[in-house]
Design a protein. Structure first.
Length: 324
């Protein structure tokens, strides 16, 4: 499924092609934001974002009072093994976006990025760091990935799609939705950073093909049960939001461990005296009665997932019983 790139990336790609062709030489000024607005009919913010993308990729720099000029081109950099014409066709058109073709050089880049994020956390992922892991120059990555935003989207697509929902799937809506929730949970446990991308917005979810495929599969599981299209969509979003929300809590903790070097267990141990004072005060007796005094966690993550999933599905069953 090809996804058309946003206008700012198309504009940035056109200017980049003018630089590569020699039309815009080192030291020359590239079109200003106002010129881009006039030429392409876009908003000022879109024009500024296009120039920002070129700066991030190392093609141009802003000169106070002099606009934005082309940088001296970096020395030619080695590409990645297995490059072919289809693999490195540039980043100007929609054919270079969408999903990741198995066996392509782009897939090599994406899987290396996934390994890096799994190992060191999403905050450690930069184009420069990824290039170092692959043994290539940073600029060579832009032949396959136009920017970090697209890199993250493709990483999510590959990681979330490692286990596809079966067709037609187990019989019955409950078995299907339970399977879907477990597929998501396993993906989030394998890749703790993943929910921060997949659930960056519930009302405006990212255009991740494997995620769209799973949502479609879930909605089909609810067809023919008397639910309106609105209710089917909201049922799926509520269930997936539950799974992603629990996983996002783990994502934050894992990222904090990467950033600080302090594990969750170590943090709780350091705060034990504070917890003892709070729970020993008698002000929160209901909560204190539920949490053992020597507990290192309030609850296990997988245990909480199982409890919540069971009751999410029970709630859907109760809703269906009311309308049957």
């Amino acid at each position: 499924m090809a996804v058309s790139p946003p206008p700012y990336l198309r504009i940035a790609a056109e200017i980049r092609e003018r630089i590569l062709s020699g039309e815009l030489a080192a030291g020359q000024r590239v079109p200003s934001t106002r010129e881009i607005v006039r030429e392409h009919g876009v908003a000022m913010a879109t024009a500024a974002k296009a120039l920002g993308a070129l700066r991030d990729q190392g093609w141009v720099r802003a000169v106070p009072g002099g606009g934005t000029i082309v940088l001296e081109r970096p020395p030619a950099e080695g590409g990645l093994p297995g490059t072919d014409a289809a693999d490195s066709a540039g980043t100007a058109g929609p054919s270079t976006r969408g999903t990741v073709e198995p066996g392509s050089t782009r897939e090599v880049v994406i899987r290396a990025a996934i390994r890096l994020a799994d190992r060191d956390g999403l905050n450690a992922l930069t184009m420069r760091r990824l290039a170092a892991d692959l043994g290539v120059g940073p600029m060579s990555l832009y032949r396959y990935i136009p920017d970090k935003e697209e890199l993250l989207r493709l990483m999510a697509d590959v990681a979330f799609g490692e286990e596809e929902p079966p067709e037609p799937g187990p019989p019955g809506w409950r078995a299907k939705l339970e399977l879907s929730a477990r597929l998501q949970w396993r993906a989030y446990r394998r890749h703790p950073w993943l929910p921060t991308i997949m659930h960056s917005s519930l009302v405006r979810p990212p255009a991740v093909f494997s995620g769209i495929r799973l949502v479609d599969w879930e909605i089909r599981a609810l067809e023919g049960l008397g639910l309106t299209p609105y209710d089917r969509l909201h049922t799926v979003f509520a269930l997936d939001g539950y799974v992603g929300g629990i996983a996002a809590s783990n994502a934050l903790e894992v990222q904090a461990e990467h950033d600080t070097g302090v594990t969750g267990q170590e943090r709780i141990a350091a705060e034990r005296a504070l917890h003892a004072d709070i729970f020993g005060s008698g002000r929160f007796h209901a909560l204190a009665a539920c949490v053992p005094t020597d507990a290192t966690t309030v609850t296990g993550l997988d245990e909480l997932f199982e409890f919540g999933l069971r009751h999410q599905l029970d709630g859907i069953a109760a809703m269906l019983a009311r309308i049957s």
